[in-house]
Design a protein around this ligand. Structure first.
Ligand SMILES: Cc1cc2nc3c(=O)[nH]c(=O)nc-3n(C[C@H](O)[C@H](O)[C@H](O)COP(=O)(O)OP(=O)(O)OC[C@H]3O[C@@H](n4cnc5c(N)ncnc54)[C@H](O)[C@@H]3O)c2cc1C
Length: 289
């Protein structure tokens, strides 16, 4: 079903992100992960879209399987990278036919290069993809938001204008990049509301499980780890159990604080693993499990 109906005041959605595995072993392991997470009754799950190569068709396959075989609503990511509008149209039609009626419309990043170049006959920015997707079938369409600003946008104000353009083009909701400082998110949400962006804003949460891994992630996505968190984690680096415990505790407190501030939804970046997400969500009162 379309995800619109899920967003209700004082009832945050809880969703999980997966990426399409590259091999059979990965598929088996992902199915186990989904089965382990299923008792948490996710509002929906999302499936990422690769920068290129064979995993792209796997997004359609995985999204269709989760939707139709496991009966969990899916938000399928789709990017503009390397596609003409006609190709995007064909993918959207395949997703629609596979009963996947919810799209996270993204520009994407060019593989192996930091310079974005539009594909001839394709789209320059995500707002064009949002508009195109809204005009094709009756999709629910979400877009990406960046509480700390998009890494390529030097000033947060034009970034907000670009976000507004995505909403004005028809986005029904925003899903944010991961962040660790709730003040960044709450400031971003206030700025959105002041700018007339009134759709639900779902917060991206990643429980930290490994210090060097999370440092790599934040460098790639332009987020920051607050010093108070880093100062806590770095001395524990050699003790993986202690890092895990501290990461879960931080994420659970972060989610509780966001819920206190009336969050629309929590979206967990699972990295195709279940344990950390289960250990965080079990501590929240959004789901009875
Ligand atoms: C929740 C989430 C899920 C993601 N999933 C995936 C995925 O599955 N696959 C993947 O490859 N990537 C994914 N990404 C990464 C995303 O594709 C990149 O961060 C990308 O660089 C930005 O995508 P966007 O949709 O926000 O682009 P846009 O909204 O187009 O913005 C990109 C940049 O262009 C600027 N901009 C936008 N419109 C204009 C305009 N009209 N004029 C000038 N500048 C403009 C923005 O300010 C920003 O700096 C995801 C990101 C998030 C937050």
């Amino acid at each position: 079903m379309r995800l619109d109906a899920l967003f209700k005041p004082d009832q945050p959605t809880v969703s999980f992100e997966f990426f399409p595995p590259k091999n059979d072993e990965g598929w088996t392991s992902l199915y186990q992960t989904i089965e382990q997470l299923r008792p948490l009754s996710p509002s929906y799950v999302s499936v990422t879209y690769g920068a290129g190569g064979s995993t792209r068709s796997k997004t359609i396959e995985l999204a269709g399987k989760i939707q139709n075989e496991l009966g969990i609503d899916v938000l399928a990511h789709l990017t503009c990278v390397g596609h003409t509008a006609d190709e995007i149209g064909a993918i959207l039609d395949q997703l629609w036919a596979a009963n996947v009626h919810n799209i996270l419309a993204l520009r994407g990043d060019p593989p192996g290069s930091s310079v974005w170049t539009k594909t001839p006959g394709g789209f320059e920015h995500a707002d064009e993809l949002v508009k195109y997707t809204r005009g094709r079938n009756n999709f629910f369409v979400a877009c990406a938001g960046f509480p700390e600003g998009h890494p390529q946008c030097l000033n947060i104000h034009p970034d907000l204008e670009h976000l507004k353009a995505k909403v004005d083009s028809g986005s029904h909701a925003i899903v944010t990049q991961l962040f660790f400082d709730n003040n960044d998110f709450l400031r971003f949400r206030d700025d959105c509301r002041r700018a007339g962006i009134n759709v639900p804003i779902v917060a991206g949460i990643m429980p930290i499980q490994n210090v060097s891994q999370i440092k790599r992630f934040v460098t790639m996505c332009g987020a920051k780890i607050p010093n108070r968190l880093l100062n806590k984690l770095e001395p524990l680096e050699a003790d993986s159990d202690a890092v895990y415990k501290a990461g879960i505790e931080y994420a659970a407190n972060q989610c509780r604080d966001l819920m206190f501030h009336g969050i629309d939804g929590l979206h967990f970046y699972t990295l195709n693993k279940s344990t950390a997400t289960i250990d965080v969500v079990k501590q929240l009162t959004v789901r009875s499990i």
